[in-house]
Design a binder for this molecule. Structure first.
Ligand code: BES
Ligand code: ZN
Length: 616
C-alpha cells in the first residue's frame, strides 16, 4: 500500500519513463547484465537533473547529479562510477552514507548509497578526474579554428560512468534536465533540446523529455555556431567548418523523410549534426537529437554522407529500441546498417546502396579472417561477460547483422519485411529488447504467420556466414574489377573509363590491389590519380593502407601518412593504418608516429592502439 502510494507520487511528473520503470520492476524484467553494477529491480533511476560546471583550466567537470528513483522498498541503490571523486550524497535532501566498491579495470566501481524504503530522490555531488575515459579536452591547436579549446564526451558503451555517476546499463532509461556552466565565449550542446546561439553568461539549460539510456547522454562545448537546414534539421560546427558542413549535409531533411516513410514517425523532434574536431574517435555517434560526427566525412561532394543516414537510422534502431545488453549489440548496429542502406537507396538509388553493401561485405570477410581463431566472436549474439563490451564492436555486428536482414528480406519480400520492421519498432518504442525476444517476435509475426522457414538460429547463434547469404551485386563494382585487372595485365590504365567514378568505386579499386602489385604500378596510379593527396579521407585511408602494405614511398606518402595519423583520431581509420604497419613488419615506424600522435587521440582510440602496438 505504502509503496504504491510513493510510486504514484514519484511518477507524476515523468509519466512515460516512470510507468515503464514501474512496470518493469513489478515484473522483475530487468535482465541479468554483466556490464553494470546497478540492481534496477531493487531501485532504479527514472530522471536525472544534472547541474555542472565545466572548468577548462583544471580540465574538470564538477557538480551534482540528482535522481528521481523508483524504489522497491530497498535499503540501497547502486550506481556505476569510474574514476570519479564522490564528495557528498543525499537521500531526499538528508546526508546519507555511501560506499565505493572495489575497482574493476573494465567496469569501474559500484557506488552503493544507503536509502530508506520510501526514498524518492538521491543527489550525488562529484567531480571528474584526469583519468576520465569519456571526456576529451582539446587545446585550441587541436580544433579547426585554432582559437578556443573544445570538450566532447563519448558515452557508448560504458564510459558515461566516467563523467556522471549513473546506472549505466542500456536497459535503464530516464529523462534528463541539465544546467551546464561553461566559459562565456563558448557554447554547450547536449543530446537534448539545444540552444542555437551563445548565451552571454555561459549558462545553458537542457531538457531531454524522451527517456534514454545512459550511453546516450552527451555534451560538447566549444566555439561553435548553428546553421539551419530545415525546420527540424541543421548543423553545429566551428566557424571555418560551418558552411562546408551545411553544404555537405544539405540532404538531411530528405533523409529524415525517407526514414519516416520506411519505419514510422521520427520521435525526437529535432535532428542536428555537430561536426567535431578531427580527434573524434568515431565516424559518428547517434546521440539523440544531436549526432556527433567526425570532420573526415566532409569530402566536398556528399560522397560519405551515408554516415548521416546511419546515425539517423539509430533514432529507431538503438535509440528508440535499444539493445538490452551489449551482447545484443547487433540489434543496434545490424538493424542500423540495414536501415541506413535503405535510406541511401531511397535517396540515391539501388546502385549506390549496393556499392555500400558490397564494401560492407568485404569488411565482413576481412573481419572473419582476423577472427578465424575466435569463432565465438563471429556469432551475432555474443557473450562478453568479463570482457570489455568494446571487444564485440566490430564488423560482425554491423555487416553480418546487415547480411542476415538482407537475406531475410530477400526470403520474405520487401513488403512483408517493411511491415514487420515497422511493427517491431512500434511495439518496442522507448524500450529495450534482447536477441531472444527478437527471435520470438520474428517467428510469431513474420515467419510462422506466413509459413516461412528460415535458418534464423544458425544466423544468430552460430559462427561464420550461413550458405544462404544473399548475393550482392553491383555492375559498377564489376566494372571496377575489370579495369583493375586490365591495368594489372597491361600496365596501362584506361583513364577515360574512370572519369565518372565515385569515391566508393575508387575505394573498391584500391582495396583490391593484388599482393604482387609493383611499386612502379603504384607510382603510375598515384601520378595519374593523385591518391596520396586526395581530399577524400576514405580514399586517403585505403591508399595509405596499400602504400604501407606494398612498401610504396613515392610522392612523399610517408609524410602524408604521418600527418594523417597525427591529426585524425577516428578509430577505424587509424587502426587500419597501424595494423598495416604491423603486418608489413614496420612496427617501429608505427610506434614512432604513435608517440607524437597519441596525445591527440581520445581514450577509446588510444586504448585500442596501445593494445595493438603493445605500448602505453
Ligand atoms: N554507435 C556507433 C559508434 C560506436 C559503436 C561507439 C560502439 C561506441 C561503441 C555509431 O553509430 C557507428 O556505428 N559509427 C560508425 C559509422 C558507420 C557509418 C558505420 C563509425 O564510427 O565508423
Ligand atoms: Zn551505428
Amino acid at each position: 500500500m505504502k509503496k504504491g502510494f510513493f510510486l504514484a507520487i514519484t511518477c507524476l511528473s515523468i509519466l512515460s519513463s516512470c510507468n515503464q520503470a514501474k512496470e518493469k520492476m513489478t515484473k522483475n524484467t530487468y535482465t541479468e547484465e554483466s556490464h553494470s553494477f546497478a540492481q534496477p529491480n531493487e531501485a532504479v533511476i527514472t530522471h536525472l537533473d544534472l547541474d555542472i560546471d565545466v572548468d577548462f583550466d583544471a580540465q574538470v567537470i564538477s557538480g551534482t547529479a540528482t535522481y528521481d528513483i523508483v524504489n522497491n522498498a530497498a535499503s540501497q541503490i547502486i550506481l556505476d562510477s569510474k574514476f570519479l571523486n564522490i564528495n557528498e550524497v543525499t537521500a531526499d535532501g538528508e546526508a546519507t552514507t555511501f560506499e565505493l566498491g572495489k575497482m574493476d579495470e573494465i567496469l569501474g566501481q559500484s557506488l552503493t548509497i544507503a536509502i530508506q524504503k520510501d526514498t524518492q530522490k538521491i543527489a550525488v555531488t562529484y567531480n571528474t578526474t584526469s583519468q576520465t575515459e569519456a571526456l576529451q579536452w582539446l587545446t585550441a591547436q587541436q580544433t579547426a579554428d585554432k582559437t578556443n579549446p573544445f570538450l566532447f564526451t563519448q558515452g557508448q558503451a560504458i564510459l558515461t560512468r566516467t563523467w556522471i555517476p549513473i546506472q549505466d546499463s542500456p536497459q535503464i532509461r530516464f529523462t534528463y534536465n541539465a544546467t551546464v556552466k561553461v566559459p562565456s565565449n563558448l557554447m554547450a550542446v547536449m543530446s537534448a533540446e539545444n540552444p542555437k546561439e551563445k548565451t552571454t553568461n555561459g549558462k545553458y539549460h537542457f531538457k531531454m523529455e524522451q527517456p534514454i539510456p545512459a550511453y546516450l547522454i552527451a555534451l560538447a562545448v566549444g566555439d561553435i555556431e548553428y546553421k539551419t537546414i530545415s525546420d527540424r534539421t541543421g548543423v553545429y560546427a566551428e566557424n571555418s567548418m560551418l558552411e562546408k558542413a551545411h553544404e555537405e549535409f544539405s540532404d538531411m531533411e530528405k533523409m529524415v523523410v525517407a526514414a519516416e516513410n520506411l519505419y514510422g514517425a521520427y520521435d525526437w523532434e529535432q535532428f542536428d549534426v555537430i561536426v567535431l574536431p578531427p580527434s573524434f574517435p568515431f565516424g559518428g555517434m547517434e546521440n539523440p537529437r544531436l549526432t556527433f560526427a567526425t570532420p573526415t566525412v566532409i569530402a566536398g561532394d556528399k560522397s560519405l554522407t551515408s554516415l548521416v543516414a546511419h546515425e539517423l537510422a539509430h533514432s529507431w534502431s538503438g535509440n528508440l529500441v535499444t539493445n538490452a545488453t551489449w551482447n545484443d549489440f547487433w540489434l543496434n548496429e545490424g538493424f542500423t546498417v540495414y536501415f541506413e542502406t535503405r535510406i541511401m537507396e531511397a535517396l540515391y538509388g539501388k546502385e549506390r546502396a549496393n556499392m555500400l553493401a558490397l564494401i560492407g561485405r568485404q569488411d565482413l570477410e576481412d573481419e572473419l579472417e582476423s577472427l578465424k581463431d575466435r569463432p565465438n566472436d563471429t556469432k551475432l549474439k555474443l557473450d562478453l561477460k568479463g570482457r570489455n563490451p568494446d571487444d564485440g564492436m566490430n564488423s560482425i555486428a554491423y555487416d553480418k547483422g546487415y547480411l542476415f536482414l538482407r537475406t531475410l528480406e530477400e526470403k520474405v519480400g520487401r513488403e512483408q519485411m517493411d511491415a514487420f520492421l515497422k511493427s517491431y519498432f512500434k511495439k518496442n518504442a522507448f524500450s529495450t529488447t534482447n536477441t531472444e525476444d527478437f527471435v520470438t517476435y520474428l517467428n510469431a509475426n513474420l515467419l510462422e504467420k506466413n509459413n516461412i522457414t528460415f535458418n534464423t538460429e544458425e544466423w544468430i547463434y552460430e559462427p561464420g556466414i550461413p550458405d544462404n547469404a544473399a548475393v550482392i551485386e553491383s555492375d559498377a563494382f564489376s566494372n571496377v574489377e575489370k579495369t583493375l585487372q586490365s591495368f594489372i595485365d597491361t600496365d596501362k590504365i584506361d583513364v577515360a573509363a574512370t572519369s565518372q567514378w565515385t569515391p566508393q568505386e575508387w575505394v573498391h579499386f584500391i582495396r583490391n590491389f593484388p599482393e604482387d602489385m609493383t611499386i612502379e604500378q603504384l607510382q603510375e596510379l598515384d601520378n595519374s590519380f593523385n591518391f596520396t593527396v586526395s581530399t577524400n579521407s576514405y580514399i586517403n585511408m585505403v591508399w595509405y593502407e596499400q602504400s604501407i602494405r606494398h612498401g610504396y614511398h613515392g610522392n612523399n606518402v610517408d609524410n602524408k601518412i604521418a600527418e594523417f595519423l597525427n591529426s585524425v583520431g577516428r578509430r577505424w581509420y587509424v587502426t587500419t593504418l597501424y595494423k598495416a604497419f604491423k603486418r608489413a613488419g614496420r612496427t617501429d615506424e608505427a610506434i614512432a608516429i604513435y608517440k607524437t600522435a597519441r596525445p591527440n587521440y581520445h581514450s577509446v582510440t588510444a586504448n585500442t592502439i596501445d593494445e595493438l602496438l603493445g605500448v602505453s
